[in-house]
Design a protein. Structure first.
Length: 351
């Protein structure tokens, strides 16, 4: 029983389950995803023979991702085949028309999934799931899984946890080889590429740590968590906004983020879209440069550009795209945001 509970708890690391209300009895309300969004799953579709290790507990089995229900949704099935812990888990990704993102829910036998669920995102060639769970002591822990096709037909999933403002820790991995169907198997020579992971595979790279730091900052931005945002920044932080206005850490928190956080916590403002895309990371020892694109859509407040702050406005709806360049530095084992420059992309002239 102890082994079962341990395995089941560990598999929250590969399942971000969100309760979904299916009041959509009218076929017109079926949340059919846009074709472009659904195609993002294509590289990850298929059945994989997998082996993994979570919290130093090894296991083997299969993982399958496939389109279901007229191809509108994505189902993930995990079968653990290790002796004594045979289990089956099913996860379904459905399209949320209002938030314009995929939500995840699944089948389980114990009520251990977070009530507020999680989400699924795509950045470059990676797919990630993220969610926050309450721990027995009342603290919160953030979990994430990053899916990547590392070479032809080979899948890698890296799992992380982060308690409070502590560093993100790599707590598990899964590696799999795509299983060929009968026709593909007949045309393909035998493969022995599913090898045990090297001992140091559990050690996160600098890029892994920076991705985790960015994910934490994004969650704090959505929640209006001023304490976590402040702790993610170096004391000498400096920012240049799209109009050339320069703020240090104290000025940015007081003028920009804290007023916004108060509106978020009061339920008067929300980010409808807050997506970091096309992220590229270059590391130079304990310094890293990160560039990317930030898609933003919000409602409930507008920016006062003269005072560089936010003002509540129930009629305000804002959408923008920013290109960013961020500088991170590593101190005491934690990556901190030290500088940021935002810019509005140049519009290509129509011909």
């Amino acid at each position: 029983m102890r082994t079962f509970l341990r395995i089941h708890g560990l598999f929250t690391l590969v399942m971000a389950v969100l309760p979904v209300c299916f009041a959509q009895t009218d076929p017109k309300n079926v949340p059919q995803p846009p074709t472009a969004e659904l195609k993002k799953f294509d590289p990850f579709l298929g059945k994989f023979s997998v082996s993994g290790n979570f919290a130093n507990l090894p296991w083997t089995g299969t993982l399958e991702l496939k389109k279901v229900i007229k191809g509108w949704y994505i189902e993930q099935i995990i079968l653990i085949k290790s002796e004594g812990i045979d289990r089956e888990f099913r996860i379904l990704a459905t399209w949320d028309k209002n938030l314009r993102k995929y939500r995840l829910w699944g089948f389980q036998t114990l009520p251990i999934m977070p009530d507020n669920g999680g989400e699924i995102r795509f950045e470059g060639d990676e797919m990630s799931t993220e969610w926050i769970s309450a721990r027995p002591d009342g603290s919160k822990a953030a979990f994430s899984n990053r899916y990547k096709i590392v070479s032809k037909d080979e899948l890698e999933i890296l799992s992380y946890s982060q308690v409070g403002n502590g560093p993100a820790e790599k707590i598990g991995y899964l590696r799999g080889k795509r299983t060929l169907n009968a026709e593909e198997a007949a045309a393909s020579p035998p493969s022995n590429s599913l090898l045990p992971a090297p001992e140091d595979s559990m050690k996160p790279t600098a890029e892994d740590e920076i991705h985790a730091a960015m994910a934490e900052r994004r969650r704090a931005s959505l929640e209006g968590d001023s304490e976590k945002i402040a702790s993610s920044m170096a004391d000498e932080y400096i920012q240049t906004d799209i109009s050339g206005y320069v703020q240090d850490k104290t000025a940015w928190l007081n003028e920009y983020f804290n007023p916004l956080a108060a509106l978020i916590k009061a339920g008067r403002f929300r980010w409808d879209v807050f997506e970091e895309k096309d992220v590229q990371i270059r590391t130079y020892g304990d310094t890293a440069i990160v560039i990317g694109t930030l898609e933003l859509t919000s409602s409930g407040a507008r920016v006062d550009r003269e005072r560089h702050t936010w003002i509540a406005d129930a009629e305000a709806h804002r959408s923008s795209t920013l290109h960013f360049t961020r500088t991170y530095i590593k101190r005491n084992g934690k990556w901190l945001l030290a500088a940021l420059h935002n810019a509005i992309p140049l519009q290509q002239s129509s011909k």
